[in-house]
Design a protein around this ligand. Structure first.
Ligand code: AMP
Length: 301
């Protein structure tokens, strides 16, 4: 089943203790699409400016990603973000943010995508997330992400979005900030009380947590020392999760648990190099091998 995603498509500059990458491909919808397209066809909906480099488009063209919803807006500039990672590298510090085209009107869903049943609303203004949803005829599974910026500045609109989605994928800091609960299981329960049926919480190097109305599950991160640039880890995590769910076509508790494994493993690849370098040529066989290795590692008794 195809999976529709909307979010940022951007040009990033990232500094980590392992170096610096200037003017590279980034954006929440880009990382998500690269991961999810390992499992199912992805329909990408977003806007870039005239300055979006043709070689960035080529990275997306080489995958199972339908770009008919990618608008190149005349007279506009592409979204740009610059960030730095330090220490344990669990959280990026934003150095510069130029919303550019993201501050203009939202993307239009092409008619050929209006029948999409599975949707991921990657990080963007919560009102734009709902605007996108209104353009779909009968979505059956809608999952969203958000970030500290919207939790602080657009809380009411965000709560409105949470009321209409089935699932939420956020990181630990965002879950705590959104709910005021420091215990992550409490935070997960508090998010469920706002409307969604499940929440997946990413805990940086410490893995992920699933809190659903049918139970909870917890996973460590995939143990790795090869961490160069964690940019996109959250979106890649979400891409692995939803790609897997869409490929199975169910959202029962066991499928969600299995999806958590796929998301955690997908994220473990993207952090191994800057930007999308490690994932643009990643094969499904490599992904499946690491999933098997991880599952074996998790087996006790
Ligand atoms: P993450 O998976 O959370 O590391 O997301 C990384 C991507 O989010 C980067 O490639 C950025 O281009 C993008 N990003 C950063 N800030 C924002 C924002 N305010 N809105 C949308 N996307 C953003």
């Amino acid at each position: 089943m195809p999976l529709l995603v909307t979010g940022s498509i951007g040009i990033d500059t990232v500094v980590s203790p392992y170096g610096r990458a200037e003017g590279v491909l980034g954006g929440s919808a880009v990382y998500f699409s690269l991961a999810a397209s390992q499992y199912v066809p992805v329909r990408l909906v977003g806007v870039v400016g005239e300055d979006f480099p043709p070689e960035f488009r080529k990275v997306l063209e080489g995958r199972n990603i339908d770009l008919r919803g990618l608008e190149v807006r005349k007279g506009s500039k592409t979204f740009r973000w610059s960030g730095r990672f330090e220490g344990a590298m669990n959280q990026a510090e934003t150095l510069e943010l130029d919303l550019n085209v993201l501050a203009e009107r939202g993307p239009k869903v092409p008619e050929v995508f209006a029948d999409s049943k599975m949707v991921f609303l990657a990080n963007t203004h919560p009102t734009l997330q709902r605007d996108l949803l209104k353009q779909l005829r009968s979505p059956e599974l809608v999952v969203c992400d958000t970030m500290d910026l919207w939790i602080t500045t657009e809380r009411e609109s965000l709560v409105e979005t949470l009321r209409v989605v089935h699932g939420v994928i956020v990181n630990d800091g965002e879950a705590r900030q959104l709910t005021g609960k420091m215990n992550l299981f409490d935070a997960g329960e508090a998010i469920l009380a706002l409307g969604p049926r499940f929440v997946m919480i990413k805990k940086g190097e410490h893995g992920g947590l699933l809190v659903s109305r049918d139970g909870v599950a917890a996973l460590p991160g995939f143990p790795t020392t090869r961490v160069k640039d964690p940019t996109g880890a959250g979106d890649t995590f979400a891409g692995g999760i939803l790609g897997y769910i869409a490929s199975v076509g169910r959202t029962d508790f066991e499928t969600l648990r299995q999806a958590l494994v796929r998301g955690t493993v997908a994220a473990s690849f993207v952090i191994e190099d800057f930007s999308v370098r490690r994932v643009e040529g990643l094969t499904r066989a490599e992904l499946d091998r690491r999933v098997a290795e991880f599952v074996k590692m998790l087996r006790f008794g």
